[in-house]
Design a protein around this ligand. Structure first.
Ligand code: 3PY
Ligand code: MG
Length: 266
């Protein structure tokens, strides 16, 4: 039987950039509306939000039906999290804080069926979200599921060559906030700090060397364009709640209602 192609993985394999955003609100209605905004993919954020597996599964289904690729940032790098988001219909995983070759292997192992990994066979929603039957899904999933590992700690920068050598890794995605924090600096999306700039360039170079698509989280379209020009391919721009609040604060300040309170970083 036919199965939908993961257009994001295909684009990245062709060397093209792919832009998406983060979904942080525990609300499939927000996912529904954002899925129509034109992004290539949407990552349901389960790491730092109240979003439950049930809400995430509803969002994956809506996003896949409308067109973007539904991805999930898992709360942490373990097999239970990875299995459950994939079995409930995510087309890919974003795995936080992967700092060593062993941690990279564990993530790939959980995301790929044998012989590439040890993902357990089961579930219904994964095949439904690829508009196919389970037998076809089990045959093809290893070619369609996107595995994104995060480089967001100085240890990951040091181990980048070892991590990106692991077969089955599609993307290395820099988390600039955690990366700055691990350097003893204030968490920010970008800075001129030499240590940060060198780390970003090292990840970019090492990713290209191993045929892995480099990615990074940025705050706006200007930064996204700059990172694409540098060679980054998997670009996350802010989040849906960040966009909502930025627009709200633009309106309140234009009307002289005061700047409002800063409630979200992105
Ligand atoms: C970070 O900047 O640490 C992130 O996790 C962004 O996604
Ligand atoms: Mg982070």
């Amino acid at each position: 039987m036919k199965m939908k192609q993961n257009h994001v993985r295909a684009k990245l394999k062709r060397g093209e950039p792919s832009v998406g955003t983060w979904l942080t609100l525990p609300d499939p209605t927000a996912a529904h509306l954002m899925a129509r905004a034109g992004f290539d993919w949407l990552t349901v954020e389960l790491e730092h939000t109240p979003i439950t597996m049930e809400t995430a599964a509803e969002s994956f289904a809506i996003i896949a039906a409308i067109g973007p690729a539904p991805l999930a940032r898992v709360p942490w790098n373990n097999g239970e999290n990875i299995k459950r988001v994939l079995d409930t219909g995510a087309w890919g995983i974003v795995v936080p804080m992967v700092n060593s070759r062993a941690e990279a292997e564990a993530a790939v192992n959980a995301a790929r069926y044998a012989p590439q990994g040890q993902r357990s066979v089961g579930g219904q929603l994964h095949a439904a979200n690829f508009d196919t039957d389970p037998a076809t899904y089990y045959d093809r999933a290893n070619e369609e599921i996107l595995v994104v590992l995060m480089a967001e700690h100085v240890q990951a920068i040091e181990a980048a060559d070892e991590i990106l050598r692991v077969p089955g890794v599609d993307v290395v995605f820099i988390g600039p906030n955690d990366l700055h924090k691990s350097m003893g600096k204030r968490p920010v999306f970008d800075s001129d700090s030499k240590e940060f700039v060198d780390a970003v360039q090292h990840v970019l170079k090492t990713a290209k060397k191993h045929g892995v698509a480099p990615g990074i989280h940025v705050l706006d379209a200007v930064a996204a364009k700059r990172r694409i020009e540098e060679g980054f391919q998997f670009i996350a721009v802010a989040s849906e709640s960040g966009m909502m609040l930025a627009k709200a604060r633009e309106i309140t300040s234009a009307l002289g209602l005061g700047p409002g309170k800063v409630v979200a970083k992105y």
